[in-house]
Ligand binder design. Structure first.
Ligand code: ZN
Length: 390
């Protein structure tokens, strides 16, 4: 199957001007000023992308793909992600995580859901474990999961600085990090430790203590939710200045923002202004997580679900409202997570990489079309491929 995308304004994420993109089966075969194949070429499809911007398919590396939540009892367990929950938001690569409930949500189910999403046409990896320490893995060991299970690329999300965490010690975190690091080295994967950081004033302290007392590099850790409140955000700036990665969560509700959550697009702008390198920052959606709303007495009064579509919405807001250049903003969900997670086929529009491509309208940056592994999933903003039960 051959597809030529004609006359797109291409961001690799670097802007390279108006180009044609040739897709052969699942890969980008060429990006040139002009690619014209004979009309009679078998299986040739030509897409007119004049007045469209082409960017790499988005990577959302923190999604509760099989559902999460459950913190307001069983009925608050959130539903599974459906294919178009991702593709309509331009997301073509996911990393699935478990979350708070490591009892009824298990690694076999997580891997099965990742494989289901792959069968439906997108790319999906997982991290091994949940909030809890000791880490509940598939095989019994973090390093064995990384080395033996192709879908596993890291460990997490391990919770710290949170009343829901296992209150891990520095020594426990160091052991998790070294297991993930070794597993990553031996399997050629990232072996990253995705860390859920909660609202407690301990912030990122435990990671910093591991880095100070061992020779595990700070970039073995990938802490998320750094924009969840103003004091963690400030701690995140200091942490990034020591060289660490910081990930912001895009799913939110108005109440969280009123209470001081730093809107993701604003958080990006402020981190850049503080002098943090753009390559250290990423966005993830926390999709399918529960977003519980409590009243003043701490009673649960409402529950919403995190949306993968919030991922690109915040990129767009960063461009339109915060005036962050598109080539910088788009990196948060393409090249940066690909590099951090060692997804070598992902995150860039370059010949030889996977043909995950998003076409944006030039007028308002809205998502027009989405290709995942060379297949058109969304066209003119509508899903043309749906999940099995959609
Ligand atoms: Zn989390």
């Amino acid at each position: 199957m051959l597809t030529v995308i004609k006359n797109a304004d291409v961001y690799t994420p670097e802007s390279i001007g108006i180009k044609d993109i040739l897709i052969a089966d699942k890969r980008i075969a060429a990006i040139e000023d002009q690619i014209d194949l004979p009309e009679e070429t078998p299986g040739l499809k030509v897409i007119d992308a004049e007045h469209k911007i082409a960017v790499p398919g988005f990577i959302d590396s923190h999604v509760h793909i099989m559902g999460g939540g459950g913190e307001g009892s069983y009925k608050t367990r959130t539903p599974e992600l459906q294919l178009t929950d991702a593709t309509l938001g331009g997301v073509t690569t996911l990393v699935g995580v478990i979350g708070t409930d490591g009892t009824t949500r298990t690694m076999p189910s997580l891997i099965a859901k990742a494989r289901a999403l792959e069968e439906e046409g997108i790319t999906c990896y997982v991290h091994t474990g949940s909030y809890q320490v000791p880490v509940k893995t598939l095989t019994g060991k973090i390093e064995d999961d990384l080395i033996l299970i192709d879908r596993v690329i890291g460990a997490g999300e391990i919770a710290i600085a949170d009343h829901r965490s296992s209150q891990p010690t520095v020594e426990e975190m160091a052991k998790i990090a070294s297991a993930a690091r070794i597993g990553g080295m031996l399997s050629g994967k990232a072996g990253i430790i995705n860390v859920h950081v909660g609202d407690s004033y301990d912030h990122l302290k435990i990671i910093e203590q591991v880095v100070e007392t061992t020779d595990i590099p700070i970039r073995q850790f990938y802490p998320t939710h750094i924009n969840r409140n103003p004091h963690l955000f400030e701690a995140g700036i200091a942490y990034a200045k020591r060289g660490g990665y910081v990930d912001f969560t895009t799913s939110s509700i108005p109440k969280f923002l009123e209470e001081g959550e730093v809107k993701c697009s604003t958080a990006l702008k402020r981190m850049l202004e503080a002098g943090v390198q753009a390559s250290q920052i990423t966005f993830t959606s926390d999709g399918q997580a529960s977003l519980p709303d409590f009243d003043q007495d701490g009673e649960l009064i409402g529950l919403q679900i995190g949306k993968v579509t919030s991922l690109y919405k915040e990129v767009r807001d960063a461009v339109l409202e915060e005036k962050v250049p598109l080539s910088t903003a788009i990196r948060m969900v393409t090249q940066n997570p690909a590099k951090i997670l060692k997804l070598t086929q992902k995150g860039e529009l370059v010949s030889g990489k996977d043909a995950d491509v998003v076409l944006l309208s030039h007028d308002d940056y809205s998502i027009d079309s989405v290709f995942a592994l060379g297949k058109l999933m969304v066209h003119k903003g509508e899903a043309v491929v749906k999940g099995t039960f959609e």
